[in-house]
Design a protein around this ligand. Structure first.
Ligand code: GCU
Length: 601
C-alpha cells in the first residue's frame, strides 16, 4: 500500500511540474501577429541587384564593414559612393522578383532591399521586425547595423529591435540571396520555380514589455472533453495571472505563470471542428499588460489500422495538392484573395483535404483553409536528394520544421506534418527523417506524422509498400504516376497494391499533364483527353486499395518550374494542373469532381 501511495505522489508532481518556455521547444516566435499592434512595412522597397555580392564582400572576399547595408549618402561632392538606394529600382513587397521584372525572370543571387519607416519611441513597448517569409537566405540590418540572419524560404522569423530603433526615420536593409546550394533545404534540384525575394509580408510588431509571446491551445490526443494548453509570457514574473476565456463556451480560467509559462486545462464540450462544420471559437488571452484574441477550432485526429479518425470517426480525405503559385498573375501567392481563389476551386472540386506542397504556405492560406473546412497536410522542403549526412542540413531542416509547427500549432485544420517528399532510401536518410519525426512529436503530439514516398516496388502482382520509413510515420504518403511516368493508362486500373504496414495510405501524388485546350485521342500526350484517361484509370485503381485513406492528386493548378522547357506545351509550366494558371478547367477536373461528389461521402 505504502509503495502505491509513493508512486502516485511522484506522478502528480511530475505532471504538474510547469514547463518552462524553453521546454516547449519553441523559440517564442510571436504567435498570431494578426492580433497584435504593428506597423506594416509592405509596399515598394528600393532594391539593388548584386550578382557579385559586391555590396557585401570586398575584392578579397572579406565581408565589408561599409557594405550596401550602410545605405551611405554623399556628404560632400567629392565623396565616392557607388550605390544609391534612393535612385535605384524598386520591387513590391510581398512578392517574388522573378515575375515583377523581366530581367530578373531567371535571376538567382543577391538582391538588396531597403525600406524607410517612421517610429515613435515608447519606453513601455518592445518592437520586433517580423518577416513572414524570405526566399532563401536573408541578412537583416537596421539603421546600418546587422540585426540577424535567417535560412529557409517559407517560414517566419523575427528580431527584437527595440533598442536599435531611433525616434523618427529608420531604415531596414535586407540582403536576400536565393542561390541554390547542395547543402540547402531544398537542395539544387526542385520541380518548382525558385522565386526569390521578400515573398511574404513584413511587419514591425509592437508588444508591451511584459507580453504574451506564444501559446498552444488544443484538445489532447483522443480526448474531446478537455481543452489543454500553455501560454508563454515574456518579461512576466512567477505568480502573474493569465486569463484564458472562451466566451461562447462560458469558460474563463486564470492560469499562473511559472518560469515564463502558464499551463491550464479546461473541462469543456466544444462543437468539434470538421470539414462540414469548420467551427472555431473566439479565445481571449489576457495578462495585466497584454491581450491576444484568436479563433481556434477543436478536433482530435488519430489513426486506427488503415483508417484516419477525425473526432473518433473514420474520414476519407478527398484532396488535391497545391503549390503557392498565384492564379492568373502567376508568381508567389501574396494575398488572401489569391488564397481564396485556389481554395474555392478546391471546394468546387468537392475536396475536404489539401496537401500544401512542398513547403509551408502562408499563414493566411492555412487560416482561410481552416475557415472553409479543409483538412491540411503541411510539409517542409526536405525534397528529393538533399544532403542527409550533412549536420548543418539537418539543423536547417529541423529549424524549418520547428518554425512551421510553431506558427500553425493552433490550427485545427492542420492534421498532418509531412517530413519529406520523394527521398531516396538509405541509412542516412532514414535517421535524418526519424530524427525530424521525433522532433515533431516532441513539439506536438496531437497531430499525425507523414512523408510522401516514391519507393514502392513495382512487381508483376502489383506495387508493394515496404520502405523502412513506413515504420516512422503514422500515415504513408505515396506518389505514383501510373499512366504518365510509368505504365500505360490502361494498365493502371488493374494495378494491385499491398503494404508491409497496417497504416493508412494517402495517394499524395497521382496524375498527368495536359495543355488546356489541346484536344485529341486519349492516347495522345498533353491532350486533355489523355489526362482525363489517366484520372479515370487511376481512380479505378484506387477504388481497389482497401488501406487507402485519401488522395491529393498532383495538382490543382499548372505551376511554374524551370524543369519544364517544352515550348508551346509547357513554356516553363508543369502542366499537371486540373486548371490552367489562367483558371481554365481541364476535362480531368470534372472526372475527379464526380468521383468526390459521388463516392466516399
Ligand atoms: C514529383 C514531385 C513533384 C513534381 C511531380 C511531377 O512527384 O513530388 O514535385 O512536380 O512529381 O513530376 O510533376
Amino acid at each position: 500500500m505504502k509503495l502505491i501511495k509513493t508512486i502516485l505522489i511522484v506522478f502528480v508532481i511530475i505532471s504538474n511540474t510547469p514547463l518552462t518556455a524553453q521546454e516547449t521547444g519553441f523559440s517564442d516566435l510571436l504567435q498570431n501577429i494578426d492580433s497584435r499592434e504593428k506597423i506594416e512595412l509592405n509596399g515598394m522597397w528600393d532594391i539593388i541587384v548584386d550578382p557579385l555580392e559586391n555590396g557585401y564582400y570586398n575584392h578579397r572576399l572579406q565581408v565589408k564593414d561599409d557594405g550596401y547595408f550602410k545605405n551611405a549618402k554623399m556628404e560632400s561632392p567629392s565623396d565616392l559612393i557607388e550605390y544609391n538606394f534612393d535612385t535605384s529600382l524598386q520591387l513590391m513587397v510581398p512578392g517574388d522578383w522573378n515575375t515583377q521584372m523581366d530581367k530578373l525572370y531567371y535571376y538567382e543571387g543577391t538582391v538588396w532591399y531597403k525600406k524607410d519607416f517612421n517610429y515613435t519611441i515608447d519606453s513601455n513597448e518592445l518592437a520586433f521586425l517580423y518577416f513572414e517569409a524570405v526566399n532563401y537566405e536573408s541578412i537583416v540590418y537596421l539603421n546600418g547595423e546587422r540585426i540577424g540572419s535567417h535560412v529557409g524560404g517559407y517560414t517566419p522569423f523575427q528580431f527584437d529591435v527595440t533598442d536599435k530603433l531611433k525616434e523618427g526615420t529608420n531604415f531596414v536593409v535586407v540582403k536576400v540571396d536565393n542561390k541554390r546550394k547542395k547543402e540547402n533545404v531544398p537542395t539544387v534540384n526542385q520541380d518548382w520555380w525558385n522565386y526569390g525575394g521578400i515573398t511574404r509580408s513584413v511587419h514591425l510588431v509592437k508588444t508591451p514589455i511584459s507580453h504574451i509571446a506564444d501559446y498552444s491551445i488544443q484538445l489532447p490526443k483522443g480526448n474531446t472533453k478537455t481543452i489543454e494548453g500553455w501560454v508563454s509570457v515574456k518579461n512576466g514574473k512567477d505568480g502573474d495571472a493569465v486569463n484564458v476565456s472562451i466566451p461562447e463556451l462560458k469558460k474563463n480560467v486564470d492560469a499562473v505563470v511559472k518560469n515564463g509559462l502558464a499551463k491550464f486545462s479546461i473541462k469543456a464540450k466544444p462543437v468539434l471542428w470538421e470539414p462540414k462544420n469548420p467551427k472555431t471559437y473566439e479565445v481571449i488571452l489576457k495578462t495585466a499588460t497584454d491581450k491576444i484574441t484568436d479563433h481556434i477550432g477543436f478536433r482530435t485526429i488519430e489513426t486506427k489500422g488503415s483508417k484516419i479518425l477525425l473526432n473518433g470517426k473514420d474520414i476519407f480525405l478527398k484532396g488535391i495538392s497545391i503549390h503557392e503559385e498565384a492564379p492568373f498573375k502567376t508568381g508567389r501567392v501574396v494575398s488572401k484573395e489569391e488564397c481564396k481563389i485556389l481554395l474555392q476551386w478546391a471546394k468546387e472540386l468537392g475536396c475536404n483535404f489539401i496537401r500544401l506542397a512542398h513547403y509551408p504556405h502562408s499563414e493566411a492560406m492555412v487560416r482561410e483553409a481552416e475557415k472553409m473546412g479543409f483538412i491540411i497536410w503541411s510539409e517542409i522542403p526536405v525534397y528529393w536528394t538533399i544532403q542527409f549526412e550533412n549536420k548543418d542540413t539537418y539543423a536547417n531542416a529541423k529549424n524549418q520544421l520547428t518554425e512551421m509547427i510553431s506558427r500553425d500549432k493552433n490550427r485545427a485544420s492542420v492534421v498532418l506534418w509531412s517530413m519529406a517528399n520523394e527521398t531516396p532510401e538509405g541509412e542516412a536518410r532514414l535517421s535524418f527523417i526519424e530524427n525530424l519525426a521525433k522532433q515533431a512529436r516532441e513539439l506536438d503530439n496531437t497531430r499525425l506524422i507523414t512523408a510522401a514516398l516514391d519507393t514502392q516496388g513495382y512487381g508483376d502482382d502489383g506495387n508493394l509498400i515496404e520502405d523502412p520509413l513506413g515504420k516512422v510515420v503514422d500515415v504513408i504518403g505515396i506518389n505514383n504516376y501510373c499512366g504518365w511516368y510509368a505504365g500505360s493508362t490502361e494498365s493502371c486500373s488493374k494495378l494491385k497494391w499491398a503494404s508491409a504496414y497496417n497504416k493508412p495510405m494517402i495517394m499524395s501524388e497521382v496524375g498527368g499533364g495536359a495543355l488546356y485546350g489541346l484536344h485529341g485521342e486519349k492516347n495522345e500526350r498533353w491532350t486533355e483527353e489523355y489526362q482525363a484517361e489517366v484520372y479515370r484509370t487511376n481512380i479505378e485503381m484506387m477504388r481497389n486499395i482497401d488501406f487507402l485513406a485519401g488522395l491529393s492528386p498532383w495538382i490543382l493548378m499548372d505551376f511554374r518550374s524551370s524543369r519544364r522547357p517544352l515550348r508551346r506545351i509547357q513554356d516553363d509550366f508543369n502542366r499537371k494542373g486540373l486548371i490552367s494558371e489562367q483558371g481554365m478547367k481541364k476535362q480531368a477536373f470534372f472526372i475527379l469532381r464526380d468521383y468526390y461528389l459521388n463516392e466516399n461521402n
